[in-house]
Write a protein that binds this ligand. Structure first.
Ligand SMILES: Nc1ncnc2c1ncn2[C@@H]1O[C@H](COP(=O)(O)OP(=O)(O)OP(=O)(O)O)[C@@H](O)[C@H]1O
Length: 457
């Protein structure tokens, strides 16, 4: 039976246009209401399965007022809106919509968005999470390489398990170093695409002029300097998963092109003119507050809703202290093995130091601290960790004076250099300890302003 949709829209042409699009696609439009009062009557007359509701309507009440009533009636809805201001967006969001369709929209946008909303409603997180028969983090606190035993991590793992086999887009949200990339790998591994490729793109490190060709590829001669044909990341990921890391850094003009590729599931290599179908599952990640980016017009609302089908929030390490012991022991084991040392233990007092720290760089910082300590400790027990003192307010206040990744990296490299008396390459040198080719380490040192001067000897 076709789904029953009610359109609540006061602009005659837009309402009719929508009706045509929906009916052509096989939906049954129960009616068009131009005000909240008219919508109520329609809902009473023929209860719709889904409502498309414009925010600003005829009469004293808005679409947001109607949305609250729909929520009570448990009728799912999508907002139709022109780019709204931040307050309106905030108010609208509180009603729990299944998405926003931003005007002007194309036929395809409407249908894809509706399809996603219907899917999310019938298979959404709430429904899926009721299924309790899934395997959780095992007794070693290890779920496919995700270590931890906190309740917060259990909840994240549960969501990963639920969403992995569904082919739905996933948006991983969390501070830098919380494990978003690792989670993306696990989703891919647990999906039906695990035999296909997992292609990663770090949107932050792509020069704006190259993004389009990196993502979509180009033909030879497509532009000056395009000496060879390039197969883009979308094409490389066919049959697999595309991980778009730091999606919040993508320039606005590229966001429009990305949205088109995601909606139409097809791309064109630059300079080709031929359309290529791309069967790709997308996982995106960001440490930015995308809703704020949307309200400040740095991120397209329609792309946000396209990616935000299944958001997973990964809490910072300071909010999951229960994971620290497991993670610390895990990293000690890794580094002792890597450096050919017998596996060390951590004294209770040293573990207390780790537990009391606020970890602004999250798991990545813990990883580095342990690596450094394993290198520097000769005894079989680690009795202390050198941690950067944090202002007392940090743990309470969520806006700490966070060190940049570059500062953390610089500190880490300097500590390793000190431990080997400044030796960069060769056996027992810093490059070997860090698992990097000496040329890469030299380049990093140059970039970070580290000189192998006397201070390391
Ligand atoms: N639960 C975990 N168990 C073990 N290792 C982890 C876990 N989470 C993260 N790590 C490790 O911590 C480091 C940082 O994780 P990852 O790169 O996935 O973070 P991220 O959130 O993607 O960071 P960024 O936003 O800076 O890209 C990696 O070395 C990763 O393997």
């Amino acid at each position: 039976m076709s789904r029953k949709i009610l359109i609540v829209e006061d602009v005659f042409i837009e309402a009719n246009n929508l009706e045509m699009i929906l009916e052509k696609a096989g939906y049954y439009v129960t009616g068009i209401a131009r005000s909240v009062a008219a919508a109520r009557k329609e809902i009473e007359r023929e209860r719709p399965d889904f409502v498309l509701v414009d925010i600003f309507l005829q009469g004293p009440q808005t679409g947001i007022d109607l949305a609250w009533e729909l929520k009570k009636l448990e009728i799912p809805f999508l907002y139709l809106s022109a780019n709204s201001n931040r307050d309106t967006l905030e108010q609208a969001k509180k009603t729990g919509p299944f998405g926003f369709l931003v005007k002007p929209y194309r036929e395809r946008d409407v249908l894809v968005m509706l399809e996603i909303a219907v899917y999310q409603h019938s298979n959404g997180r709430e429904a899926l999470l009721k299924n309790t028969s899934r395997k959780k983090v095992n007794s070693n606190g290890n779920f496919h390489g995700i270590y931890g035993s906190s309740q917060a991590l259990h909840q994240v793992v549960e969501q990963l398990e639920v969403v992995a086999p569904t082919d739905t887009s996933v948006l991983l949200l969390g501070e830098s170093g919380t494990g978003k990339e690792r989670m993306a790998e696990v989703i891919h591994k647990l999906s039906n695409r695990s035999k296909g490729p997992l292609v990663k793109v770090d949107c932050a490190s792509l020069p704006p002029t190259l993004i389009e060709s990196v993502l979509f590829g180009h033909e030879r001669g497509a532009f000056t300097g395009a000496a060879e044909r390039r197969i883009g990341k979308f094409e490389q990921a066919i049959g697999g998963t595309l991980f778009l890391d730091e999606i919040g850094e993508m320039p606005l003009d590229m966001q429009a092109k990305l949205l088109r590729a995601l909606q139409e599931r097809e791309i064109e290599r630059l300079g080709s003119g031929n359309v290529i179908k791309v069967d790709v599952r997308v996982i995106a990640a960001t440490n930015r507050n995308l809703e704020q980016e949307v309200s400040e017009k740095r991120f397209r609302m329609d792309l946000y809703y396209r990616l935000n089908v299944f958001p997973v929030w990964i809490p910072p390490l300071r909010e999951r202290g229960g994971d620290i012991t497991l993670l610390a022991n895990h990293f000690v084991e890794i580094y002792c093995t890597r450096f050919g040392k017998p596996v060390k233990t951590i004294s209770p007092k040293a573990m207390q130091t780790l537990m009391g720290y606020s970890w602004p760089g999250n798991i990545r910082e813990l990883d580095h601290v342990i690596e450094r300590t394993v290198i520097l400790t000769r005894e079989n027990e680690i009795t202390q960790f050198a941690l950067t003192p944090q202002p007392a307010a940090v743990a309470v206040n969520s806006t700490p004076t966070i060190k940049t990744m570059a500062e953390n990296e610089k500190e880490h490299i300097i500590a390793v250099l000190k431990s080997v008396n400044g030796k960069v390459s060769g056996p027992g040198g810093a490059a070997e300890l860090l698992g990097l080719p000496p040329s890469t380490l030299n380049a990093r040192m140059k970039k970070l302003g580290i000189n192998t001067g006397k201070s390391f000897h």
